[in-house]
Ligand binder design. Sequence first.
Ligand SMILES: NC(=O)c1ccc[n+]([C@@H]2O[C@H](COP(=O)([O-])OP(=O)(O)OC[C@H]3O[C@@H](n4cnc5c(N)ncnc54)[C@H](O)[C@@H]3O)[C@@H](O)[C@H]2O)c1
Length: 248
Amino acid sequence: MPENDVKPSHNLRLVGRKIVITGAASGIGLRTATLFMEEGASVILLDRNADALKAAHEGRHAVLTGVDITSENELAEAIADAAEITGGIDGVINAAGIMMTGPTAELSSQTWRQVIEVNLTGSFLVVQNCLPWLTRNDSATIVNVASGAGLLPNVPGLAAYAASKGGIIALTKALAADLAPNIRVNCVCPGMVDTPMADGFRANVGNYALKRIADPLEIARAMLFLTSSESSYVTGATLAVDGGRTFH
Ligand SMILES: NC(=O)c1ccc[n+]([C@@H]2O[C@H](COP(=O)([O-])OP(=O)(O)OC[C@H]3O[C@@H](n4cnc5c(N)ncnc54)[C@H](O)[C@@H]3O)[C@@H](O)[C@H]2O)c1
């Protein structure tokens, strides 16, 4: 079977669903996109790296959109065009994100703003632009990707990243209240995941109960649960998928 073929699952938990997935050119967003296609979803895949997005999903049945989630006008246009093609949107996965670290004394205000802009403001803008379609459904879902750094930021150098991810956790709860009962909103908090973002951190698993890094599929499966009807009574939840790093 060619590398890019999608093998349908026996469960097909997302048949008929139309899901926007950001950050779909790499890592968690990429693996989630594949899993969701396997489960029968129609997917709209967004990433600012258009070439990587195309290369990752060449030959697959997906709407591919090279767009930066912080560019408001382009984002609005991209989502409207894509929804026209799929005939609507009833789910969002906010997986696009960046990590920039450094001691607080040396963190430039530009870096701070960039991290907050992409991780927090970008996620909000994606939701806001999808809302006209999400509200037409009575069982739409949003899953935001936060981080263990938003739950327990006990590692030096994480001020901007942890603040953005803590913001995602609060945003998730606020949206769950705001958009209920038609739209369920949840977030996952991954620990260390084997993606390009974790380059340079992989050796540091001593404080993880499971003593290993996660495969992106293990995060994608949590998002599948929160997107499918199997989580029909779950909203406003923060699900740690972190090998036990933050439990206490
Ligand atoms: N990898 C980890 O260990 C880890 C742990 C906890 C949380 N996370 C979170 O998971 C999410 C996915 O991370 P990943 O590990 O897959 O990283 P990754 O770098 O492999 O993928 C992130 C993707 O987001 C895209 N992106 C970044 N900024 C964008 C923008 N402004 N507009 C559109 N696309 C943009 C990138 O081009 C890239 O394809 C991020 O929110 C990250 O903070 C990752």
